[in-house]
Design a protein around this ligand. Structure first.
Ligand code: CU
Ligand code: CU
Length: 395
């Protein structure tokens, strides 16, 4: 790969930038450096000591906080909520739980449609989100009591054009208050993102002024629980100024699932202690572990594939990476005014988005992952199949 002439690694100094040394000046410099080294050594010892004290303070504070939760345990407030476990300590990990027929179930699973749907024409884009409690599969044979927008997690992919007015209606057919927070909106959240009671509908509008890919999610407290239970999705706002041509466009939403049981027989519910500890049982692309391994996303050699990626979290970032290639173009943070070329991995923060183009000429199976590999082990892996290729891959 050819870097431009000016490319330098941070800290790498060009010869011409180094000060020429001579005679007395050099001696003074050596003396000052000697003094500086002494001062730094003392400072390092002091810093180490204060860090050690801070660590023991933190331990003491954590101990006190653990005591305090026994009195004001946030889980107690949720004990009466359906689909919410009132555990005060995390259950064991149920990562990788699978029935004997997991492979057949994975093959029979209908994958979440990752292809970017068309944006509506005209000045107004109408969006209806019907809130519904459902039991959904999050991995082969693993059932979860989810709270959803439109019957599944993630919620529907919304695609609008920059400048359109987005008219959102939330209808709450759930059993408690919910709301929807659009990161693509510049709007007073206390008005637009307000709680909608069960049985009620609420409509608000915002102008899609900013292009990119954004998260939307339920913003009702505790937000951690509402996102962890499945209330999130992606909205793509296509920029007015055309992007380079892409042959196929896919939307990927990453998210974690925190289970209070294996979910093999009875559906699992949220384990809030695990969610607080950020120790998921499953991490998924579009809600279901490994669904694009069993059902790869397709491309032809030489095509440009655009991934619109949102990290819904609720708490973990996604380090987007496609094994076997580089990201030809990367609009980090979904900032469509600025692109990076030929980068290997780009972080998508929880609650953020990114847009990534790959152009792969050689047929093969190219896994797309979060390169935070714990997430891969928990299910966050899919395959881009370039050409008519079959078989297995190494990741
Ligand atoms: Cu909600
Ligand atoms: Cu948010």
């Amino acid at each position: 790969m050819a870097y431009p002439e000016t490319h330098r690694y941070p800290g790498q100094l060009h010869r011409s930038e180094a000060e020429p040394e001579s005679g007395a000046l050099a001696k003074v410099a050596v003396l000052l450096l000697g003094l500086l080294v002494g001062v730094l050594a003392v400072a390092a010892v002091l810093l180490w000591a204060s860090a050690r004290d801070a660590r023991s303070d933190a331990r003491a504070a954590a101990g006190k906080a653990a005591g305090a939760t026994a009195i004001a345990n946030p889980h107690d407030a949720m004990a009466g909520m359906p689909g919410m476990a009132a555990t005060s300590s995390a259950t064991a990990s149920f990562a990788g739980a699978a029935p004997a027929n997991a492979k057949a179930l994975a093959a029979a699973h209908k994958p979440f449609p990752a292809a970017l749907p068309a944006a509506p024409t005209g000045p107004v884009a109408k969006v209806h989100l019907g809130v519904k409690d459902v039991v959904q599969q999050i991995a082969p044979g693993i059932k979860y009591r989810a709270w959803t927008f439109a019957g599944g997690a993630p919620g529907p992919v919304i695609h609008v054009r920059q400048g359109q007015l987005v008219k959102v209606t939330v209808t709450n057919d759930g059993t408690m208050a919910h709301s929807v927070d659009f990161h693509a909106a510049r709007i007073a959240p206390n008005m637009a993102f307000r709680d909608v009671a069960p049985g009620e509908s609420f409509t608000f509008s915002f102008r899609a002024t900013d292009p990119g890919v954004f998260m939307y999610h339920c913003g009702t407290k505790p937000v951690l629980a509402h996102i962890a239970n499945g209330m999130y999705g992606a909205i793509v706002v296509t920029p007015t100024r055309p992007l380079p041509k892409a042959d196929r466009e896919y939307v990927l939403v990453s998210s974690e699932w925190y289970l209070n049981s294996p979910g093999l027989g009875q559906p699992a519910s949220l384990d809030m202690a695990k969610a607080h500890a950020m120790t998921p049982d499953w991490v998924t692309w579009n809600g279901y572990a490994g669904q694009y391994v069993a059902h790869p996303l397709q491309a032809n050699p030489g095509e440009t594939i655009r991934f619109w990626v949102v990290a819904a979290g609720p708490s973990l970032d996604t380090e987007f990476h496609v094994v076997g290639t580089l990201l030809n173009r990367a609009w980090a943070n979904g900032d469509m005014t600025h692109l990076q070329r030929d980068v290997q991995t780009v972080a998508v923060p929880a609650g953020g988005g990114g847009v990534f183009d790959v152009k792969i000429d050689r047929p093969g199976l190219y896994p797309f992952v979060s390169h935070s590999f714990a997430s891969v082990d928990l299910g966050q892996v899919g395959v881009l199949r370039v050409g008519d290729v079959h078989g297995t891959m190494s990741h």
